[in-house]
Design a protein around this ligand. Structure first.
Ligand SMILES: [Zn+2]
Length: 352
């Protein structure tokens, strides 16, 4: 079994000065945790906030790419880039962790189809079409109808990605954008970090019908670990706590000035407060996996934790080193070695 996580926001933390070789407190992903978790590879998302303009988004994506490249350069004894299953298996045979790249938020493409090629050449193998706002490509599930799905340019983007062999990531896009993608794409698509709306009613999650249509087109849904997407009750817990009312500002101040130990400590204090909340159990992740399997079988589900992109984790799955606990839970629910291997990466690699 090759254990792959299809969505980690670790590049953002590289820019926030995280040393990936250290066993960091308040971090979800670093090399010691990856090793303890038995993780063989992960997609590092080049995530650009929806608040940036298209040109700022492009510049930020390049900055993140540079950050990942310097990690690869600095830690040649620990990690190597990968773009295919065979490269990833070779890396593991060489004792190295595989870093794959995804671009999270197609805003960085601006109005240029050539940039898709540029990111492809840089090693990027999926693009999450948008984030929390509508962009030039499509509507976001967080904002609703602008284009009523994919824009004309968005359809071109999907076609170019198909031609280059880049996966279209449908996480974050609106339901109508999702259906436009399915209609436009001639290849299977992926939700790199999404959960099931039937279990937790959140617009970021996929309905049963969407999961069935995604699977019918050969695609895969990689289950997200974010408590707000796993458990509808957690929204109330978080709102009642009032933490994010000041927490978001404190996080923004830390992001803007990561070298400041005061600002880092202030954000870490907020993280402590979040961790002290009644967080849902990691077993809900297995519930979401079970639900996908009950709908479409074992061949269309995987893991896309969203670690380092979520400010709070489920109880028992505090960082990526905890992953074996989830697989033990799945084993206890009757999944065979072959099933677990499919969830761990075979399903995702089938369409990569
Ligand atoms: Zn995301």
């Amino acid at each position: 079994m090759f254990l792959l996580d299809s969505h980690c926001d670790t590049p953002s933390h590289i820019l926030r000065l995280r040393d990936l070789a250290a066993d960091n407190n308040y971090a979800h992903v670093d090399f010691p945790k990856l090793r303890r978790g038995g993780i063989d590879g992960a997609f590092f998302a080049l995530y650009t906030p929806a608040s940036l303009s298209e040109s700022e988004s492009y510049i930020h994506a390049l900055k993140l790419l540079q950050g990942v490249r310097s990690v690869l350069e600095f830690h040649k004894d620990k990690a190597r880039s990968a773009t295919t299953r065979s490269e990833a298996y070779q890396n593991r045979a060489d004792g190295l962790f595989s870093i794959f790249l995804g671009l999270e938020n197609g805003a960085a493409l601006g109005s240029s189809l050539e940039r898709i090629e540029e990111f492809h050449e840089a090693g990027v193998r999926y693009i999450t079409l948008c984030h929390s706002r509508n962009n030039q490509i499509c509507d976001s599930c967080a904002e609703g109808n602008g284009w009523n799905g994919l824009s004309k340019f968005g359809k071109e983007v999907v076609r170019v990605m198909n031609r280059l062999g880049m996966l279209v990531d449908v996480s974050h896009i609106s339901d109508s954008s999702f259906y436009d993608v399915l209609e436009t794409s001639v290849k299977p698509v992926v939700a790199t970090h999404s959960c099931c709306r039937a279990l937790c009613d959140h617009p970021r999650n996929m309905t049963d019908a969407m999961i069935k249509d995604l699977a019918a087109a050969g695609g895969v849904i990689q289950v997200n670990f974010y408590p707000l997407f796993l458990d509808s009750g957690f929204k109330h817990v978080l709102e009642q706590s009032g933490i994010m009312e000041y927490g978001e500002r404190i996080e923004r101040e830390f992001i803007a000035d990561p070298a400041s130990s005061t600002k880092r400590a202030a954000w870490n204090k907020v993280q402590d407060e979040l961790n002290a909340l009644a967080r849902p159990s990691y077993k809900l992740i297995a519930d979401h996996i079970d639900h996908v399997v009950s709908l479409v079988g074992i061949d269309h589900v995987g893991i896309g934790s969203d670690y380092d992109g979520i400010e709070v984790t489920p109880q028992g799955m505090e960082d990526i080193s905890r992953m074996p606990v989830l697989f033990e839970e799945l084993r206890g629910r009757g999944y065979t070695d072959s099933d677990l291997s499919k969830i761990a990466s075979d399903n995702f690699f089938r369409i990569l």
